[in-house]
Design a protein around this ligand. Structure first.
Ligand SMILES: [Mg+2]
Length: 312
């Protein structure tokens, strides 16, 4: 692969996460029925009143991207995954976010409990919550960019979950996203990518692997039916499988994949963040509409971090 194409995939992966997150926050926590009544969201805007991100600006992303950037910075700083460094950084990030009136409601219950435990001096190996939510899956993409070898991707993604989410399902979710990103970056075809992701995620949690398999089989079904089967809540089984459904249904159209995810209902910012990261890793940054790229807040810093990982 030419270096320019590969660089575009690294940037596409990280900006894709932020774009999906910023678009998806508008519908976070809304039912699909309510979203359909208002019409599909296709561009940046303020979140609905009552959404966790209601105080954010239109082009601002949420905690999903913020945590992904903390992980990317730690990987660069330590030249690889370092549990203590990452846990220290995530604890500091959490303290800042929870003291900011505009961002405090973004931090989910698993992360906030784990952050409090880390800040109380509990080891990062013991601090994680047992709730199988998607908080470690939604931030895992940089692990898939940093490591080339799939076993290293898998093992470091599983480790990166532990400071906040130590359940097998949550670890499997982080593995699925990071392995999916590496396979997409390598330009793997749809069925090989799915097989590899299922095989590696299933080592940690068989049920998550089964659900990704279901999302693949459902990709020819209408979204309403698929989301009802897969679920769209904050639980890792639901967010990760619904994101894989959007990515696989629109394998050749990242724009449509992200729009599908943004309007899925439920945990739309995380579903769209994961969909955007997989689609961007497969197709590169130019696959997204220019208005989404140019309109995104903090675009230059995210691009710079992706470039730094690309260079290492
Ligand atoms: Mg969020």
């Amino acid at each position: 692969m030419k270096p320019e194409k590969l660089k575009s995939k690294y940037i596409g992966c990280m900006l894709g996460a932020a774009i999906g997150d910023a678009l998806g926050k508008q519908n976070e926590g809304q039912t699909r029925e309510d979203i359909l009544k208002r019409g599909y969201v296709r561009d940046y805007g303020k979140a609905q009143a009552g959404c966790p991100g209601e105080k954010l600006r239109a082009s601002q992303y949420t905690d999903d991207t913020e945590q992904m950037l903390v992980l990317a910075q730690s990987l660069i700083r330590c030249e690889g995954f370092n549990g203590l460094d990452f846990a220290t950084a995530i604890a500091k990030w959490g303290e800042d976010a929870m003291s900011d009136p505009a961002r405090k409601s973004l931090v989910g219950p698993s992360s906030s409990k784990a952050i409090a435990r880390l800040n109380a001096g509990i080891s990062w190996k013991e601090s994680g919550s047992d709730i199988p939510s998607c908080g470690s899956a939604m931030r895992a993409a940089p692990i898939g960019l940093f490591y080339d070898d799939l076993l290293e991707v898998e093992e470091n993604a599983a480790l990166s979950s532990i400071p906040t989410h130590r359940s097998n399902a949550a670890r499997a979710g982080a593995v699925a996203v990071a392995v999916g990103v590496r396979c997409a970056t390598n330009g793997m075809g749809c069925s090989d990518l799915v097989k590899e992701t299922i095989a590696r995620a299933s080592k940690y949690d068989m049920e998550l692997g089964r659900r990704i398999g279901l999302s693949c089989r459902l990709r020819t079904e209408e979204p309403g039916k698929a989301f009802a089967r897969l679920g769209t809540s904050y639980l890792v089984y639901e967010t990760v499988s619904s994101a894989f459904y959007c990515f696989l249904r629109h394998f050749e159209s990242p724009e449509n994949a992200v729009i599908e995810a943004v309007n899925a209902g439920g945990d739309t910012d995380s579903i769209a963040c994961i969909t955007g990261t997989l689609s961007g890793a497969l197709h590169g940054i130019r696959c997204f509409p220019e208005k989404w790229i140019q309109g995104l807040e903090n675009k230059e810093n995210i691009e710079e971090l992706a470039y730094m990982i690309f260079k290492t």
